[in-house]
Design a protein around this ligand. Sequence first.
Ligand SMILES: Nc1ncnc2c1ncn2[C@@H]1O[C@H](COP(=O)(O)OP(=O)(O)O)[C@@H](O)[C@H]1O
Ligand SMILES: [Mg+2]
Length: 326
Amino acid sequence: MRLWSGAPPAEPVSAPALSVHHLSKHFGGRVAFEDVSFEVGRGEVFGFLGPNGAGKTTTVRTLGTLLAPTSGSATVAGFELRPANGVEIRRRIAIMPESPGLYLRLSVRENLECFADLYEVPDPRGRIDGVLRAVNMTERAGDACGTLSKGLRQRVALARALLGDPEVLFLDEPTAGLDPVATREVHELIVGLRERGVTIFLTTHRLEEAERLCDRVAILNTTLRTIGRPDELRERLFSRTLTVRTLAPLPDPERVFDGLPGVTSWHIDGPAAYELAAPDPTIAAPAVTRALVATGADVLSIGEDRHSLEDVYLKLIDEDPEAGRR
Ligand SMILES: Nc1ncnc2c1ncn2[C@@H]1O[C@H](COP(=O)(O)OP(=O)(O)O)[C@@H](O)[C@H]1O
Ligand SMILES: [Mg+2]
């Protein structure tokens, strides 16, 4: 569901929200990003992760028609990325930049009025009321932006981005510098937008944020290092393991673990802990449990180790010889 009903889009709704092919952007001799390709489906929350200087903001600015790519091609909201389509694309997208850029002496409502005017938003009054409600800022509409906390300013910036009822919303590090409570609030707003069917392109270097909010993530470090669902990336990079903890060390662990179904190898991982390589834990875990019970061991826990997206990220970026140079 869109925030506001309007004319149906001219392009088929099944077209991806973003489709990017071998896109590069150089600033003179400096490469901001190189040979980047990916697709984002309609209604998807897509995370774009990478260290400082990886090219995230430049990608957003390029797809948002603020910068011309050096090479490659893309479609944005169904339109080919080229200068002649700039107006059509900008009508369907919004960018929330890293710094909100609000008029601090003006009230929240006055800020939104200025931008509604600039974007030539039809029915500005109704829209402003709608976006204020969408970001829970109706009560603060009369406050000067300069008196608001950073978290509330971010909400105003989000309201501004929603003024044009975008199909695709680019959020560039929306929670950078926010405290945990304000971060949580921005996350809840993103979840709400996703439920309304807005496609969200979220750049971040907060990995727990990407893990919580994103359907898929891409990891960028000038070039795209990997792309997939967080659980797919975990499985692609890390083998699955079970950790067994017992009250006392097993007298004869070889007899327990050697040759168990689903266990390809194992090693001792502490005084009374054992790490088992188990590509399919649904086979291994029951077999391990039975074997331990049969030996009379006092089992404290048998658990599958779950690597976080942070583990995936650090492994990829650590292996990346360019990372250290930034
Ligand atoms: N306008 C510009 N002119 C020259 N270099 C730029 C410009 N904008 C960004 N860069 C360079 O491009 C690279 C990527 O920057 P950026 O996209 O801001 O990264 P990120 O958002 O991932 O931190 C950096 O090396 C940066 O210095
Ligand atoms: Mg940036």
